[in-house]
Design a protein around this ligand. Structure first.
Ligand SMILES: [Zn+2]
Length: 70
């Protein structure tokens, strides 16, 4: 299975924004298509990530729907 990574820079770390608070971000790594939030991120408060969730690359300016990195 192909590794999920940024189509622009190849970075595997991404983040999503809290739909209720754009200054609140949740970093995660995509391993085998699975979203793995960073340690220390409160799993209960994480937004649900679906194919259409706006996802941001941690390294470059790329952002698009989550389904684009799979
Ligand atoms: Zn990138």
């Amino acid at each position: 299975m192909a590794e999920s990574k940024c189509p622009q820079c190849g970075c595997r770390r991404f983040y999503v924004k809290n739909p209720d608070d754009a200054y609140d971000i949740y970093e995660f790594e995509c391993r085998n298509g699975e979203v793995c939030f960073d340690e220390g991120v409160d799993g209960d408060s994480c937004p649900e990530i679906s194919d259409g969730t706006e996802t941001f690359c941690n390294k470059c300016a790329w952002h698009d729907q989550f389904s684009k990195i799979k």
